[in-house]
Design a protein around this ligand. Sequence first.
Ligand code: CO
Length: 134
Amino acid sequence: MQEDLSFDHIGIAVYSIEAALKSYAATLGLSMERTVSIEEQKVRVAMLSLGESRIELLEATDPTSTICRFLEKRGEGVHHICFKVKDISRKLIAFRKAGLHTLENISGTGYEGRKIAFLHPRSTHGVLIELVEE
Ligand code: CO
């Protein structure tokens, strides 16, 4: 069992956060934590609380954003799931040793400035997995 791995959020790529909030906040009733822009990733993010978990709505702020490319290819939908880890560097080394492919190195530019990294979907059966340090 992975005691130092827990679920954090699901990331959903949307064309417009404002439009998506009509469904997720107004209709489904999820409460909005806040909206932030993450320059380096060229996205605007809205975090919504759902019990112990969260839903992250991702909107591209630039045509070169990975979210923009995702939307062009696949349209709106689930983009990634995110696991929380205690020590992201240690976890990445362990995952690489186990043969998993990582998408990029650790970046300090996640939501709330937390350290994040990604596992390539080809290692995880088609699902992009984000790791975030607690
Ligand atoms: Co995320």
